[in-house]
Each structure stands twice: as C-alpha cells, then as structure tokens.
Design a protein around this ligand. Structure first.
Ligand code: ADP
Ligand code: MG
Length: 765
C-alpha cells in the first residue's frame, strides 16, 4: 500500500524535500528592462555547468536556479550577460523587506527621471503644437536649438542613462532588447536634429526640422511606464508578503520552568512554548497542556476555528483565539508548514506556464525583426516617399522602433501568474507550477476517490451481524485483532468500535494485507481469520448463505460498506461501516458540474455501496470495485477518450493515479502540507477547493490570453501604422511621441488587467 501523505508531524517526502531545498537559489536581477532579456539571462545561466534549471520571472525580476553551483559563479554569468544580480531569500521576511525597499527606491528614482525628461519634453511639444517653428532657418534659431539640443543631451545622459547603458551592453553581447530599440530610436531623433542645427546644408531645406521633443518625451513616457509597472508589481506580490507577515518574530519559551521571550530563530525543536489568547503560534508543534480555538484560516482558507487540545498539532502563523496553549515545538525555521507554503507559493509565482514560454520565444525574435522593419521602412520612405524625404524616413524608423518594443508581451504572463497563484494561496490552494496552473484550467473530467475525498474518510461501524453460532463481541474481537495489521481507514473504524464496546482485540499474528480486498491473519489458537469484501470471500471459496447476502445488500443500498469475517473458511459475520459525506461535497460537486466538468467517482468499494454514495453526492458516473493499481488505468482510459483529467484523492493508494492524471490534487488535512504526487494541494479538506482551483486557474489563463492578445495585436498592428502604410491613403504618420505614449500605456494596461484578478471571487463560479 502506498501513501501520499506523511502522517502529521513527520518529515516531508524525500522528493518534495529535494525539490524545495535542493540546489534552489533565487537572485534579484537588475538591469533587465524588457522581456527579450529573459531568454538571454536564462540561456546564459543554463550554459553554466551544473545548472539544471533556470527560470526568470520578468514581473518580479527574480531568477530561480537549480543546481549545485556557487552563487558567485551564477552572479558572474548574469553579469557577463550584461545585467546585475544579487542573491535573495524569497522565503524570508527580511529578504523580502529588503527587496521591497530596493524596489521602492528604484520607483522613486524612476519617477524623478520621468519628471526631468517630461519637464523638457512637454514645453517643447506644446511649443510645436501651438504653432512654434520647429524648423531651422535663421542663425538665431540655430543658436536657440543648439541650446535645446544640449539640454536634451543632458536628459539622455542622466535621466535616460540606463537605456543607453543597457543598449551598449546588449550590443556588446551581440543581442538586442528594449533598451536597444529606445536608445536607437531616441538617439536617431537627436542625431538628426543636431545635424540640422550644426550642418543645415547637409539636409534639404524642407527637412530642416528638429525632433528634440520626440527624444525627451519618449524617454519620459517610457520611464513613466516602467515606474507605474514597478509599482503595480509591488502591489501584486502582496499574497506572499501576507504569508511572510504571519510569522511571529518572537516566541515565549519555557526552559527550566522559566518563561522568556526569545527571537524566533533561537527556538529549537523540543522547546516548550506558551501561547496566550490572541497570539500567533510561532512554530509547528504538538499541544501539551491547555487548549483553545485556533484560527487556521490564513493557511487553510477554512473560516471556522479549530479546537485544539493536548495531542493536537498546531501550525506556525495560525492564531490562538481563546485559552492558553502550552506546546512542544516539532518543526522550526524553514521546516514549518508556513515556511514550506511560502516557499511553494513563491516558487509557483515565479513559474511560467507553457504559454508564457511561448511568449518569451516570440519576443526574443521580435526585437531583431523590428530593427530590420525599421530599416526597410526608412529605405522605402527615402526611395518612394514625399518630401521632406529624409525627415519622414527618420520619423517612421524611429516610430517603428519605439512602438514595437515588446514590453507588454513579456509582462503579460508573469503578471497574471503572480496574481493568480497568490489568489489561490489565499483560498488555501497551493499550485505547484505553471503546468499545473495551465492544466487545471483545461480539465474536462474530474475523477474523485470516494473514501476520504467525497466522504470524510473516517468510517464508523454501524452494524454488526453475527452468523449463527457466533456472537457480536467475538467477531469484533477477531476483526479488531486483525485490523491492527492494517493502516486502512476501515481499520481504525473497527478499532474504535472495539474500544467503545470495551472489547479487547484478539491476539493475531501472520498478517497479510490483500490490497483492495481486505486482510488475513492467524490467532494464537491457530484459527485462520479472513476479513474483507465479497470478492475476497468468493476468491477464497467462503460460502455465504442467501439470508446474509440479502442483509449485506440492503446495507450497501443504504451507502454502508459491508465486510465479511470468515473463520477457518466459513462465514462468522458481517460488520458494516458508514463513511459520511463531507458536508459540502454535494454543493461542491454541483459547482464542478456547472463549470462544465464531468465528475467521475472511483472506488474500491462494492457496486451497491458506490451507487448509493454516488447518488447521495449527486454524481452520475462511478466506477466501483477497482483495485488500487487499477485507478491509474481508469484515469488513462479517460485520457484516451480525449478527456483532460483532474484526479483528486486523499492519498491512500491513489499515488499512481494522481501522478497519471493531467492534474493531481491532494486534499490535505488542515495545515499538514505534505505532498508528493500532487500538482495542486488543497489545504482545506473540502471539494470546494477543486472548484475554486479550476475557477481561479481559468480566470488566470483567460487573463493571460487577454494580455497576450492585447499586447501582440498592439505590437504588430502598431508597426505598419508606424511605418506609414496608412500615409498614402489618409496622410497619417504617427509621431514618435505618440508611439512612446502608446508603448508606456500598453505595459500599464497589461499590468492593470492582471491586477483585476485580485478582486476575483472563485466562489461565485
Ligand atoms: P477505497 O480506497 O476506494 O475505499 P480500497 O481499494 O482501499 O478502496 O478497498 C476496497 C475494499 O476492500 C474496501 O471497500 C473494503 O471492503 C476492502 N478492504 C480493503 N482493506 C480492508 C481492510 N483493511 N479491512 C477490511 N476491508 C478492507
Ligand atoms: Mg482510498
């Protein structure tokens, strides 16, 4: 029997442990101004020997690298590619606070740069708009424009500096990015104007016109776009900061009978800690003394407080509402559930769904393509355009360069992923990676395990029916003795029943679990016991008389699970258990149906019981009597029929099916987030989490598509207009200033559209 979940308080499965802590390192990247940088940085890092994985999130400017390579080496690789980087700890409050401070300072700097550039650009533009002469005909005009040209150069050298530095670096690396486009665009406008001023004779009289306002306005507007984008980015990473903020900074330890407040970092596993009413629980642990209602909603999304008393586990970050708790720390520091959730969410926010990788590939090709288009367009104007040929050629090339900058394209995916994954975390849904996010949106069939998923998973004994010649206490003692050898939920039902009735389990040895059927064993006296379902009895040729079969069938019809006990090969009795539905299963299954998802129940239980449970839960399709290893095959069958299958299980022997499904959901119990084969973990033990996860991922993917389509249409539609294809028909030629404004606006639009997701309420879908 395989288990997906580790029991509360045990360590994480090795695979997950490795994926979380292995060689993962995060770096804050600076100087990456456009999406085309993403692929370059990733490629540079992947070339470093030992790096297994490198993925950059453009929205957060964070690159996550897997592989045992020293940080220095990685930073050097990023520097060699023309950027800068510093290591950060994304799961740490101080690390995040530092990044936030740096981002804030960067934002203010960009705003100052914006006002500086616009301070020069706006007056110039207004002068031109209100009929001022932008031409160069007299010596006075030459002198005046020379001064303006010098001021413009100062704007380029100071507020606009990073564009030129970035462009220079990228050219040295024989690559091109947004900086290249802006630098060439604005540089061309300035150079042209300076030639007009300094050597007017080189330019035909009709084309002696200056474009200093274009250079300064573009620099100002693009910087404004970057500033607004960076502020919105900060707002969107709130989810993770909220989680980090849940971590208390001190804890009250009891050592040698003395209580003292110590910094959280000094708490050790095994320490006894006191938490008073209203305080946050500092680390994970098990309650020793006292009790109270604990609000775990911040981790699980489950609004009802949970009562905790001696023996119960408590989690860091949850709030003790009433009563005083004394508990023993079991997991501290990076091992607490909270720390692991933060790490998982941070990692997922940085992850890229497949659609995002496509966008990165497109934008990497975009920039060189645009440069070629700009040159072609300039040549076309020079050869076929109306007078003043040189000026119009320059304007069209500049406008093409500016309008085609694929900035919004690069932001489209990561912005939405960041907001969507954060939103999911708020609802107690942990999405592991980009594939899971994109996959969940496409699910057409949701396969649900019966026991522990649709039902509570805590069956209780309802009926004990001895066969003639046996009595109830005797068969309970045998069954209870036998079930000590099993970890099945049914085993604890039998054990509880025996202890409630004060019956001592019979001593049993030689256990043998028969997966999906039941189990066998031998008593001290050498009596052979066999306990399990009807199939098991048939396989072992245990005769069951008609009266007993009838009793069993009628129990099954009431959604109870009958189990048969055979003693030395003949039937001794039937024990039936009932496992109640989770109280909100019906409502949640209805929601899935309304989302257009076909719900299929899988169970190893018998047909009759399965039918009764399915009917009670409102599920039309069910497959009963399947062996544990058969679940994965049924998932594969559905996939062959063309369904995109989501599978959710409580974990007991569902691991292969969870792994096989397109998206595997693990339904956690409370804050015990231990996951191995699951793509998505629902921390709240409710099927509503499935409907929420589907709704959120659909909304996120829809948001990404809106962003991508918008950005792509804008970029591609803007190019021909900027190149002047409309000119022969309407006389329309965009000014470079408009292109700069449009470009800034497109980034801001994408960022705000992603921001809308923050107000999305999955429960309405
Ligand atoms: P599921 O996980 O869908 O509940 P399983 O494959 O674990 O189903 O088990 C299928 C059936 O086998 C159970 O419904 C029960 O009748 C029988 N069975 C399995 N394990 C045990 C056990 N330990 N004791 C009694 N019956 C068992
Ligand atoms: Mg099961």
């Amino acid at each position: 029997m395989e288990h997906v979940f580790t029991a509360p308080g045990t360590a994480l499965p090795a695979a997950l442990e490795a994926s979380l802590t292995g060689g993962m390192q995060d770096f804050n990247v600076t100087g990456a101004s456009c999406a085309s940088c993403v692929r370059k940085i990733e490629a540079a890092l992947r070339r470093v020997p030992g790096v297994e994985y490198a993925e950059m999130n453009f929205a957060q400017r964070i690159v996550s690298i897997d592989g045992h390579v020293p940080a220095k080496r990685l930073i050097q690789a990023i520097r060699d590619a023309g950027y800068d980087a510093s290591a950060i700890d994304t799961g740490d409050a101080d690390g995040l606070a530092e990044k936030e401070r740096a981002d804030q300072a960067h934002y203010r700097q960009m705003l100052r740069n914006t006002w500086c550039a616009l301070g020069v650009g706006v007056p110039l533009m207004l002068y031109g708009l209100f009929g001022g002469d932008m031409g160069v005909h007299t010596d006075t005009q030459r002198l005046g424009w020379l001064l303006v040209g010098a001021v413009t150069l100062a704007v380029m050298a100071f507020p606009g500096r990073h564009f030129y530095v970035g462009a220079w670096k990228s050219i040295r690396n024989r690559a091109a990015n947004m900086d290249t486009l802006i630098a060439i665009g604005t540089g061309t406008a300035w150079l042209y104007s300076m030639v007009v001023v300094l050597a007017p004779d080189a330019i035909p009289a009709a084309a002696r016109h200056v474009y200093f306002e274009a250079t300064t306005m573009i620099l100002g507007l693009v910087t404004l776009g970057l500033a607004l984008e960076s502020r919105a980015r900060g707002r969107s990473s709130r989810a993770i900061r909220r989680l980090v903020g849940l971590q208390p900074r001190t804890a009250r330890v009891i050592r040698d009978g003395v209580e003292s407040d110590i910094p959280i970092a000094r708490v050790r596993a095994g320490d006894r800690l006191r938490v008073r009413p209203g305080e946050r629980i500092p680390v994970d642990g098990v309650v020793d003394e006292g009790g109270g209602a604990v609000d775990e909603s911040m981790l699980t999304g489950e609004p009802m407080p949970v009562h905790k008393s001696a023996g119960n586990t408590v989690s860091a970050g949850t709030v003790n509402q009433t009563g005083t708790l004394v508990f023993r720390a079991t997991r501290v520091g990076r091992d607490t559930a909270l720390a692991r959730i933060i790490e998982l969410v941070g990692r997922a926010q940085n992850a890229k769904p497949p659609i995002g990788r496509l966008a990165d590939r497109v934008s990497a090709w975009f920039v060189p393509a645009v440069m070629i288009i700009a040159v072609v367009s300039a040549l076309a104007w020079l050869n076929f355009g109306p007078a003043p040929v040189v000026a119009l050629a320059m304007v069209s090339a500049t406008t093409v360069l500016i309008i085609a900058c694929p900035c919004a394209l690069g932001l489209a995916t990561p912005m939405s992923v960041m907001v969507g994954v954060g939103k999911a975390a708020e609802h107690g849904i942990l999405i592991r990676n980009g594939e899971a996010l994109q996959g969940a949106a496409k699910i057409t069939t949701m396969v649900l395990d019966k026991t522990g998923t649709i039902t509570v998973g805590k069956p209780v004994v309802t009926d004990v029916i001895p066969a003639t010649g046996h009595d109830a206490d005797e068969i309970i003692a045998w069954a209870a003795g036998l079930e000590r050898g099993s970890e099945h939920p049914l085993a604890s039902a039998i054990a509880d029943c025996a202890s409630d009735r004060g019956i001592a389990p019979a001593p049993v040895s030689d256990f043998n679990a028969i997966a999906g059927h039941g189990l066998e064993g031998r008593t001290d006296e050498g009596v052979v016991l066999l306990f399990g379902n009807h199939k098991l009895m048939r396989d072992r040729n245990v005769g069951i008389d008609d009266a007993m079969i009838e009793r069993a069938e009628s129990l099954a019809g009431e959604a109870r699970t009958p189990m048969y006990l055979a003693v030395d090969g003949s039937l001794a009795g039937i024990i039936a258990v009932a496992d109640p539905l989770r109280e909100d299963s019906v409502a949640a299954i209805n929601r899935l149906a309304r989302q257009g998802i076909r719900v299929v129940m899988l169970t190893g239980d018998n047909e009759r019981t399965a039918a009764a449970v399915a009917a009670a839960a409102g599920i039309g399709d069910f497959i009963a009597g399947i062996l544990p290893e058969g679940k994965a095959d049924h998932v594969a069958d559905l996939q062959r029929q063309g369904e995109v299958v989501g599978m959710s299980g409580d974990g007991i022997n569902d691991a292969p099916a969870l792994a096989r499904a397109d998206v595997g959901f693990a339904i956690g119990s409370g804050t015990d987030v231990a996951i191995e084969s699951a793509d998505i973990t629902l921390m709240r033990g409710s099927l509503h989490g499935l409907a929420d996860a589907v709704a959120i991922s659909r909304a996120t993917m829809r948001n990404i598509r809106q962003n991508l389509v918008g950005a792509f249409i804008y970029n591609t539609a803007g190019i021909p207009i900027a190149a002047g294809v409309l000119y022969p028909f309407t006389g329309l030629l965009l000014s470079p200033v408009i292109a700069g404004a449009a470009m800034a606006l497109s980034s801001v639009t994408v960022v705000s559209n992603a921001g809308r997701l923050r107000f999305y309420d999955p429960s309405e879908h």
